[in-house]
Write a protein that binds this ligand. Structure first.
Ligand code: GLA
Length: 655
């Protein structure tokens, strides 16, 4: 199986989406000059080129792409070649309206934007396979080709008729009989029993709350359908070029795709990361996605897209202050990225993204954005040979599963304030601020290599997962779980007692009497800290080792936190400082230490192989004590005892 290292060949890939079809050919030569000056060694071509490649059904216009592929090769720039299937040409919708998806309200998603394709449409799939076949056949032997990029950010839903038929097929495959489906979906409720497969629909607009298991299965189905689109194209390119790695870019922590399953189908796991430069937790947000992607890749991964400056899809879009682009790029490398790429190379002058930054901004060569890109390119070239293909290792795993997320966001839940990614983010933040590097893991993965495993929230758990958690603790592991974990089985059926009995026993919970969600901004006093979002009326079992009680109010004296042996349960979301103290204390007892102790606030330390990355996320210079003597690979200087990092400063230290 080809790997990312087949494309990087000992370097960090540096470059981005390149959309030269938006520019006259003379600009291409200017682009190449600037790319070479900036150390760009990789461009992604063709992401949105379908109408240009196939201007009418069956036509092929490859001349312009031939010239570009040659131009890149002549200049030593590798090409990540995309299949253009995320934005079909207008003729497709006009001639084949069934290729257009419909939303839950039945509205058609017309052409004129992008991603207006139905994952279930046989016609769409036919045309997508044909253009992929033609591209693969034409460029299989081209020396510029380093990687395939299938589609772009798969993220569509379809509630239309062809999708409905595909949903029924998927359900038949899963359940076999209508009886099994009726049981799994709990259709005895509200008179929903199905007497015919033909009666089953996607969860379209309805008068009142929809069947939650139907919605859950529709999410599973959607992820699977999109994955089928991906694997169909992947198989085509892999047949032509078995030695060239294949990827598709994930959106960061997107709800629609079970990325664990998807990652298994990719040679290279890649992701797009766009933290808000103004967000106080932007760096942590990036770190979370980086940790997640590294874990899905089980090794080096590709930062496929980031922004050199502002994006243009937030309400207010802030540029990156000087130094921030470099810092966040090095943060990705520290956390395992072997590719630092952008959307996009040259900022567009037309189209919906003309105010979205590029590596070359409207200000051009003299602009600060390009000048900083150039500096970064030089630095990545300097460190590339040292970092690439090295692994970052963590002692702590955070468990995450899309099924649990999907089931947890249903209508009819007790609190809409509980936001799965926010809870995940809060737990990751606690460990990130304590400088404890974390992996993410699927809850069915082998966990025994970790000193501590945390479960911010896994509302839905299969029996296999429960057994995995029990075995982990039995084997000597330390487990910390947050609230709303183990509530439902895989059909989103509430487990007797409101939480699986085996888990209750594990944590020392005799009875979970009631859930007590909190209003927005409301807090609950606990002994030594305040809880937010949620609280629970729990009666501890006799075997419980330790509890931290709620103080005052309705839950006075009942346990907010329980420990039984090495298994902890936290029934509220402690405020950030308290969660940090709790988790770093448990981590220390479990033998999971911070990368570097005593770091100044805002400084992150990450190990990648023997290299130590120091990243100052603050705007003030800081001095960091470092053990032993190192060489800073960014400057070539020798560092003994301490190093001062300027505003947004970074160092890559080699012993
Ligand atoms: C995504 C897409 C790109 C572009 C950027 C803008 O990552 O893949 O095509 O739209 O967003 O931020």
């Amino acid at each position: 199986m080809p790997r990312l290292s087949d494309a990087t060949r000992g370097r960090v890939l540096f470059g981005g989406d390149y959309n030269p079809e938006q520019w006259p050919e003379k600009t291409w030569h200017e682009d190449v000059r600037l790319m070479k000056d900036a150390g760009v060694n990789s461009v992604t071509l063709g992401v949105f080129s379908w109408a240009k490649l196939e201007p009418e059904p069956g036509a092929r216009e490859f001349g312009w792409l031939d010239r570009l592929m040659d131009l890149m090769h002549e200049n030593g720039i590798g090409v990540v070649l995309a299949t253009p299937t995320s934005s079909p040409p207008p003729w497709m919708g006009r001639l084949h309206p069934e290729t257009l998806p419909r939303d839950a309200e039945g509205r058609v998603e017309w052409w004129g934007g992008r991603q207006h394709f139905s994952h279930s449409s046989a016609t769409y799939r036919h045309y997508a396979a044909a253009i992929t076949e033609a591209l693969a056949a034409r460029y299989a032997g081209h020396p510029a080709l380093t990687m395939w990029h299938i589609n772009n950010e798969y993220c569509t839903f379809d509630y239309g008729d062809e999708a409905a038929a595909a949903f029924r097929r998927w359900l038949r495959e899963k359940y076999g009989t209508l009886d099994a489906l009726n049981t799994a979906w709990g259709t005895a409720f509200w008179s929903q029993g199905y007497d015919s497969w033909d009666g089953i629909l996607p969860p379209r607009h309805a008068h009142y709350m929809k069947n939650p298991t139907q919605v859950l299965d529709f999410r599973r189905f959607t992820s699977d359908m999109l994955l089928e689109c991906y694997t169909a194209e992947r198989d085509i390119v892999a047949r032509h070029t078995p030695h060239i790695p294949v990827t598709t870019n994930f959106m960061p922590l997107w709800i629609g795709q079970d990325a664990w399953r998807w990652a298994e189908e990719e040679d290279v796991v890649s992701v797009d990361i766009y933290p808000d430069p103004r967000a106080p937790l932007g760096a942590q947000n990036g770190a979370l996605v980086q940790d997640m992607t590294r874990s899905q890749a089980r090794g080096p991964w590709m930062l496929m897209e980031q922004a050199a400056g502002p994006v243009n899809w937030r309400g207010v879009n802030h540029p990156k202050p000087r130094g921030l682009n470099r810092l966040w790029s090095l943060q990705a490398v520290a956390r395992g990225a072997d590719a630092v790429c952008y959307f996009q190379w040259r900022q567009s002058r037309q189209g919906a993204e003309k105010f979205h930054s590029g590596m070359v901004s409207h200000a051009g060569e003299q602009g600060r954005t390009y000048q900083e890109i150039k500096q970064l390119g030089t630095e990545l070239a300097r460190i590339g040979g040292e970092v690439s293909d090295r692994h970052s290792v963590s002692d702590v795993a955070i468990l995450h599963d899309w099924n649990a997320w999907w089931a947890g966001v249903q209508e009819g839940r007790l609190s809409t304030q509980v936001d799965h990614p926010a809870v995940l983010g809060a737990w990751h933040r606690a460990l990130w601020e304590a400088n404890v590097t974390t992996d993410f893991a699927h809850p069915e993965h082998a966990l025994s290599g970790y000193k501590m495993v945390v479960v911010p929230q896994l509302y839905l758990l299969t029996d296999a997962v429960i057994e995995n958690l029990l075995a982990y603790v039995r084997g000597g592991g330390t487990l910390v779980s947050g609230f709303l974990t183990g509530v439902a089985d895989e059909d989103d059926r509430v487990r007797p007692g409101g939480m699986d009995a085996r888990l209750r026993e594990l944590f020392g919970i005799r009875t979970l009497h009631e859930w007590w969600p909190l209003d927005a901004g409301e807090t609950v006093e606990c002994d030594g800290f305040r809880g937010t979002l949620w609280s629970e009326e729990i009666e501890a079992a006799d075997e419980v080792t330790e509890t931290v009680p709620y103080k005052g109010g309705e839950l006075d004296g009942l346990p907010a936190v329980l420990r039984r042996g090495r298994a902890w349960y936290v029934s509220t979301l402690p405020e950030p400082e308290a969660l940090r103290a709790l988790l770093s204390g448990i981590a220390a007892d479990a033998g999971a230490r911070p990368v570097l102790a005593g770091l100044p606030a805002g400084v992150e330390a990450v190990r990648r192989g023997e290299l130590l990355f120091l990243l100052n996320h603050g705007r003030e210079p800081v001095t960091v004590a470092v053990p032993d003597t190192h060489e800073d690979l960014l400057t070539g200087e020798t560092v003994t005892d301490r190093i001062t990092l300027g505003r947004y400063g970074a160092a890559v230290l080699k012993p």
